[in-house]
Design a protein around this ligand. Sequence first.
Ligand code: SF4
Length: 87
Amino acid sequence: MQGKNCPNYINCQLVHKEEVLPDKKKQGQYIRDYCLAGEEAWSQCKRYLTKKKLNFCPDFVLPDSPWSPDEILDIFEEREMNDFNEQ
Ligand code: SF4
């Protein structure tokens, strides 16, 4: 099925959790340019691609983040490790 809206829209933290992107203007742009812009757009979203590959997407990832899902996992793990070491 070719959906116009991203299948993750209902649960995506970028859309629903203010802390992910406090800049409302930027959030609105992403939603317009990716989430609601048709499959060609949302299927390129790094949050979409990361969730598809890893089954989750860390909050720091934005639709146009430069990293691949594997790099995102590395960054996520590194941050988790740093947080753990700081405790
Ligand atoms: S396009 Fe990206 S940011 Fe938008 S709902 Fe889908 S996964 Fe989330």
